[in-house]
Ligand binder design. Sequence first.
Ligand code: HDE
Length: 755
Amino acid sequence: SKTPQSPSPRPPQASHASGTAARGDLPGRPGPVPPPLSEPTEPAEPLPPKADQDGPATMSPTGQATGAEQESVAQGGAYLTTAQGTRLPDTDHSLKAGARGPVLLQDHHLREKITHFDHERIPERVVHARGAAAHGVFLGYGAAGEVSKAAFLAKDVETPVFVRFSTVLGSRGSADTVRDTRGFATKFYTDEGTFDLVGNNIPVFFIQDAVKFPDVIHAGKPHPDREIPQAQSAHDTFWDFVSLHTEATHHTLWNMSDRGIPRSYRMMEGFGVHTFRLVNAADESVLVKFHWKPKLGVHSLVWEEAQMISGTDPDFHRRDLFDAIEAGAFPQWELGIQVFPDTPEQTFEGIDLLDPTKIVPEELSPVRPIGLMTLNANTKNYFAETEQVAFHPGHLVPGIDVTDDPLLAGRLFSYLDTQISRLGGPNFAQIPVNRPHAPVNDMLRDGMHQSAVHTGTAPYRPNTLDGGCPFLAGADTAAYVEAPVRVPEAAKVREAPASFSDHFTQPRLFWLSMTPPEREHIVAAYTFELSKCHEQAVKERELKVLANIDPQLCEEVATGLGLPAPAAAVPLVPADPSPALSQLGGTWPADGRVIGIVADAAADLDGVRSARQAVLDAGMVPLVMGPTGGALDPEGEPVAVQRTFATARSVEFDALLLAGVPGAGADAYGARDAKAGAARPPEAPDPRVLLLVAEAYRHGKVIGGWNGAERLLMSVGITADEPGIAVADSGTAALDALTAALSEHRAWDRFPTAL
Ligand code: HDE
């Protein structure tokens, strides 16, 4: 039977945001605006804003205010209507000939609703389908003025940005923490037009010529017969290709290193990969490579952790970015450039700058900081912004130009082309997130999804009917003028320069620059991936590639595979290690790190309260774990339990803090039944807590604790004097020791015992 419908007191989510204001003016508007929808949220602790992060709400490029104000009530107080604005009395029942009769074709609301739903999905990106994005601002330091006339690089100029991070191989719904390259694409909405820096977190690429892109991607994507494996390089076709196409060796090595499994998007470097050309006001040019340097340092997961996260929280990186920004812990990167003279050879210290499989070590050419990017606002709507954003390496502004890197040349074609099928036509620049902030006066007209109402009669030049407009700019009025680079006289050939055939010098440089734990991880990664291949010939061929990088690498992987290690087929070039390539050896801020505090009803709850507050004060996120949900000490000063022993998994935390017991000695912790909070024999602590601690230990994580935590550690065979174990006599003292150790990211001295 039909339910009587009155104007809904809780209108659904906006699907047509523009309608709200107009409808609000209609007479008969229903009562007061309903309270905000209480959506389930993560029980993450908000971080206090940093001193320099207090300020007015930011405006997103879509013109919406961003920040604390949520738009979950965007249609608050409005009637439900059709897409044509006609009010609806019912959206729960189709129009039928009688309650038990057939549905009538005349039901426009039914057809409109279902038809729109049928077309809600658009093709996902062919690569980089899985992504997460945020808004922010770029502040120019003015340090690039000598080499580039780009106005947004000038001192104190602030430019809105939109950044999309991504994996490469997986589908839109695939897991975040797979072993893969990460995309790092930045759209700068400058006053002189939009500049896109479409880079990766790895500074080199698999191929030197765009014509090979479909090959490498077809090899990396799932096997076409059964569409498996998803978002993985650990399969025959990938290793078949890269073992044959040895220019992929350098990029593959980076993928097998810790760079292939970042801890967070906030802790990744970004690279423009290709060499670009900068031009200054005097029309002098230099060649540059772009680098993004994260303020939080470059950190990675360990492989077992990454695999576990793929199951327990496939949205790990997306959630991490969103939560950090929501909590006010805004991630920051410095943009830097390596600068090289623009000589006809386009080489630097013998390194071919047009070869995208080569880096220039920072020890040979330091990275000069030229600006700071802060991501300070989350997206409002994933589809509208993250999915529809369209990047293009050809979106350039005066002062930034391309080089003849043959990979870049192909990209300059590809990105425009791909948007036409992905976004349904040539008018994707009119989608809010893609709209330039500079005035647009093009003569492009009509086409699918045209949403502009162009006026005038003469979208052509020259004309007199529109008064000769639009005018042409000159170099003095910020026109984009391509650098008049001389093209050497040459015959048309399908060839690459001779230097492009050196495929092993730089992989060896990378390997030699790694510390022992990093090398250990690389060996383990190759062994894992090749063990997943079925074809013996593929494994043997890849071992020959590894022999050309380094005999130790080759031998250790061969041992793991149970195969003989071949000898190098090329001379091993001696290389000076580049310490800048290693992720170890420094200390970094612990901002935004997640500290899991393990406690139960018998714990020193005063100590838990003060440790929790100290975690917050240090700019980190405390998550209290207890045997059940609710609160510890509900009668007194309750300590909210944010994760139970059943829902918590070690991979969610950067470090653990094991609460002590009031006045207890080393024997106390394990003496309690973690499930019930009651007394229990010391030999039987909660097995879920034991697993948690053992995993954190295995992954090289810092573990702190106080008064009695030693007992729990001992239950899993850990002694308090091991590296990265910080046991003290109070919660805050333990936290201090833990924070100091965490600044090195992991207890590296525990490797290679750790995974
Ligand atoms: Fe891309 N790449 N790419 N790529 N790429 C795309 O464009 C392509 C390459 C990169 O978050 C596609 O809009 C070719 C290098 C990122 O929206 C497509 C070649 C680098 C993103 C495309 C390359 C990248 C893409 C798919 C070889 C690092 C995601 C959807 C010549 C410098 C951008 C799209 C986002 C996306 C083509 C190589 C980075 C098909 C033909 C090298 C970060 O156009």
